[in-house]
Each structure stands twice: as structure tokens, then as C-alpha cells.
Write a new protein. Structure first.
Ligand SMILES: [Cu+2]
Length: 155
């Protein structure tokens, strides 16, 4: 009897350990610009494990496709490059933010509006994890302030 209880406890512990290797705070998706059905998602991803994690994005219904992107400025123009994975060292955080890395969401098959929430399916170290991203207005204070500063310096 005692050993049965013990093994039950061990099963509980190991499934808890499998539960989530990352935590995402401030998850959000900008509502698509009027007339488009493509947008981007952001948030701060924390690796809660004691080793490196690798993250891929798999699916985000009703969007037809989803990719990880990195923005950078080349010759004064913003360009985006696709990344296969994000790797985060043990205990570290990685920020997805406007003007930086982001989750690109393509071709929504139905309208995506504010106050909805999009379930984004990730592969974290080859384990599936789904995170809900609320859809929020683009009219935020978070339009990258330092980007504006840079623009002024170019004058
Ligand atoms: Cu992009």
C-alpha cells in the first residue's frame, strides 16, 4: 500500500515537471490593421528550467501560417528575417516586442478583433505548449520610444 502511494506521488511530481518549461507574461497580439489579416504577437518568455530551451511556433488558428521573425534595420529600412527557433539559456528571459523579435501571424481565415484571444501552439524542447495571446489595440504607448529617438537623430 505504501509503495502504491509513493509511486502515485512520483507520477504527480514528474507530470508537474513536464507541464511547462516556459512562462509568457504580457502576451499580446495587435489587432490587424484595417483591411489586412496579418499581424504580430509579443510577450516576455521566461525559461523556468535549469537548462537551455528551444522554442518553435507551430500553429495559431485562425491564422493560416505562423513564423518567428527578427526585425532589424538595414540602410534605414526595417526588414524582417525568419528564425526557426528561439533559444533561451537557463533562467533567462527573451522579449518579443514591437521593432524586435515577434511572432508573425499570416492570413487569418476569419476576422480577428480586440478582446478575442488567440491560442498559439508552441513546441518547447519538442513538447507542445499552448499559450493564449489576447488581441489588443495597436493604439498603445508601446510604439518603440527609442525608435522615434533614432529617427530624430537622422535629421
Ligand atoms: Cu514579421
Amino acid at each position: 500500500m505504501k509503495s502504491m502511494i509513493l509511486s502515485a506521488v512520483m507520477v504527480l511530481v514528474s507530470s508537474a515537471a513536464l507541464a511547462a518549461d516556459i512562462e509568457i507574461t504580457n502576451a499580446r497580439i495587435f489587432v490587424p490593421i484595417k483591411g489586412t489579416n496579418t499581424t504580430a504577437g509579443f510577450g516576455t518568455i521566461k525559461n523556468t528550467t535549469k537548462s537551455e530551451v528551444s522554442i518553435k511556433v507551430v500553429e495559431a488558428k485562425p491564422f493560416k501560417a505562423v513564423e518567428l521573425h527578427e526585425s532589424s534595420e538595414k540602410n534605414g529600412r526595417m526588414t524582417m528575417a525568419k528564425m526557426e527557433t528561439i533559444k533561451i539559456a537557463a533562467g533567462q528571459s527573451f522579449e518579443l516586442k514591437p521593432g524586435g523579435h515577434h511572432i508573425m501571424l499570416f492570413d487569418a481565415e476569419k476576422p480577428v478583433e480586440e478582446k478575442q484571444s488567440i491560442a498559439i501552439k508552441l513546441m518547447v524542447n519538442n513538447k507542445e505548449q499552448t499559450v493564449n495571446f489576447p488581441v489588443v489595440s495597436r493604439l498603445t504607448k508601446e510604439a518603440p520610444a527609442d525608435k522615434k529617438e533614432e529617427a530624430h537623430h537622422h535629421h
